[in-house]
Design a binder for this molecule. Sequence first.
Ligand code: THU
Length: 235
Amino acid sequence: MDINDLYDHNYVPYSKKATAAVVRSKSGKWFPGVRIENISYPLSISATQNALFYCLSEGHKPVELFTNEINMSMIPSWEKEFGFTANSLDSNELQNITFENPVLDSNINKMKQLKQLLDMAVVGESDFPVSAIVETEQGYFTGVNIECTSWNMGLCAERVAIAKALTFGSQKLISLEIHTRKGEFSSPCGACRQVIIEHLPKKQIHLHHADDSESIHFSEDLLPHSFSSSSLSNR
Ligand code: THU
């Protein structure tokens, strides 16, 4: 996958305006991000946040961000917090970058993986790590929660995993696994439920609780009467 593919992987059914961002880490690895809109507009994930949080969720230190959302008001705050520099994205200059697909194959032990992932969470504010794995037609994509000192600028584990899967071109999200060792009952927040319903309609959501028990729920059962409107969907 290269930079041109990113525009095709955007999920922008409402604005139809595709954007892209890439982050270079201290280790020299490149992390891409695409814009992922939500029918509840404030829940949309910018390409910038997607690329940056992908980098952080894999335990890498961001050094440089290239984005065509350069005027986004949140960027200076993230720059300060995570110590990188933001630049405008010039796709021509970055033509030669190829992105390593982080997909995991279907032989993984999901519970073992979920437990290991907790150590990757960036939880300086809450010390409450959450991990998530989304199954797609390509395989499995992982996510952990990433926190910022401004709490509303962070993202939950579920959304980090979904964003990563879409960035790498997944067309079908099949199921989602969520785990935390600190909550007695692992349960996605309301905002995540709204995002889950948009990308995993009628799909199974597996909640792995602190005592190693599991409960399986259909996404619709987790958010009855979720927000939708034909006047938005048909745009
Ligand atoms: N969190 C998740 O990662 N997923 C959820 O569905 C619920 C909350 C995270 C967000 C924040 O980093 C921490 O848990 C405390 O709210």
